[in-house]
Ligand binder design. Structure first.
Ligand code: PLP
Length: 380
């Protein structure tokens, strides 16, 4: 019936006897293109102030530069390479990641930041009527993708210590996403819990988002050999100091990776540019520099924790490059605004359970000391 009406409207005539003739113009005038728009509430990224002289501790970037191998390649960069399409398979980069983790090249998928990889994974794997599950309090992009793609979802609450409640993930579902360590809490759940969730959900893809794992967490990558429903996602944006380059990747079973690639190549084949492929591979190959950088950040994190405690802050035990801290007396929003005024940017998430916390990225020792000096004076 609806189909017939639409036809009538388009044709501008009524094929049914006795019915008044459709007015083509009236139908067109009453229509609004906005009724057909895909309406979404976008993700709110952290502020990216470009002002010189600020201390930027709000989006968990690495305070140290990328591997010197990246600089060397950048210095030698020939613009002629830009004339040609890049390798759609990003083989050089895929190979470097596969070698690093000791997996097959058919077990690695790369994308333009892990946001791109995660979005592709949502689109590929979460395609049933059952809700996907991720905790209430986690990376705030998951519900945005679910809404964008029309995926039903449910968000079991973390417990009062911000810990994952395992049983919440042992119910029928259309897929599972867990950031481990979690953001913005910094908490790392033990691998036994993660493995049990993967093992007991053979009917769903379980995505483990390991954006922060290099700072002291345990990776689920070894489990991909055992469970073909596991997809582990990591990024170059934090531990590999290349947020501006946009590289993320997934490691999984060859079958899962094949499905991901099919969707990616049905969407846009050439998302990753040629310099990114080459420089990303160089960064991945420089393991010594990577380890040294990550150790420096983890060392400063422990120092930051100790000093914050002595200033009256408390926080869950962070295994990441940030600390999710609340003060015993002063509301987080107040401190957040005072810090910003002083040119020190940290992240503040309004909300019932997160609204009295600041997420403070671990900077260099000097940046951390500047932050602590300000807080010592402000809280006095
Ligand atoms: C930073 C972050 C990402 C996205 O990182 P990209 O820069 O897109 O690689 C994904 N998940 C979590 C939990 C993050 O914190």
């Amino acid at each position: 019936m609806e189909q017939t009406d639409r036809m009538d409207c388009r044709e501008g005539r009524d094929i049914r006897a006795g019915k008044k003739r459709f007015s083509k113009n009236a139908a067109l005038e009453n229509a609004s293109w906005e009724s057909g728009v895909r309406k979404v509430t976008p993700y709110t990224p952290g502020e990216q102030p470009r002002r010189a002289g600020i201390i930027k501790l709000n989006t968990n970037e690495c305070p140290y530069p990328p591997s010197p191998q990246v600089k060397r390649l950048a210095a030698e960069f020939e613009t002629d390479i830009l004339r040609l399409y890049p390798d759609p398979e990003a083989s050089l980069l895929v190979k470097s990641i596969a070698e690093h983790f000791g997996v097959g090249e058919d077990q690695v998928f790369v994308g333009v930041g892990s946001d791109d990889v995660l979005a592709m994974a949502f689109l590929t794997f979460f395609n049933t009527d059952k809700p996907i599950l991720f905790p209430d309090i986690t990376y705030s992009f998951y519900d945005v993708w679910a809404q964008l793609f029309g995926i039903p979802y449910s968000r079991p609450a973390l417990d009062e210590d911000f810990r994952l409640v395992k049983e919440d993930y042992l119910v029928p579902n259309g897929g599972i996403v867990i950031a481990n360590p979690n953001a913005p809490t910094g908490i790392c759940e033990p691998m036994t819990v993660i493995e049990e969730i993967i093992a007991k959900n053979p009917g769903s893809i379980v995505i483990i988002d390991e954006a922060y794992v290099d700072f002291g967490g345990m990776s689920a990558i070894p489990l991909v050999e055992k469970y073909d429903n596991l997809l582990v996602v990591q990024t170059f944006s934090k531990s590999r100091a290349m947020a501006g380059m946009r590289i993320g990747f997934a490691v999984g079973s060859p079958k899962a990776i094949r499905y991901l690639r099919d969707v990616k190549f049905s969407f846009n084949s050439y998302t990753m540019d040629a310099p990114t492929i080459a420089w990303g591979a160089a960064s991945m190959a420089d393991d010594a520099y990577f380890r040294e950088t990550v150790e420096k950040v983890a060392g400063t994190r422990e120092y930051l924790k100790k000093e914050l405690s002595s200033l009256g802050f408390s926080f869950p035990d962070s295994r990441t490059n940030f600390v999710f801290a609340s003060h015993e007396k002063v509301p987080a929003e107040e401190i957040f605004l005072a810090l910003k005024e002083a040119g020190i940017y940290v992240r503040y998430f309004p909300g019932e359970r997160t609204g009295n916390h600041l997420r403070i990225t671990v900077g260099t020792k000097e940046q951390t000391d500047a932050l602590l000096a300000f807080l010592r004076n402000y809280l006095k």
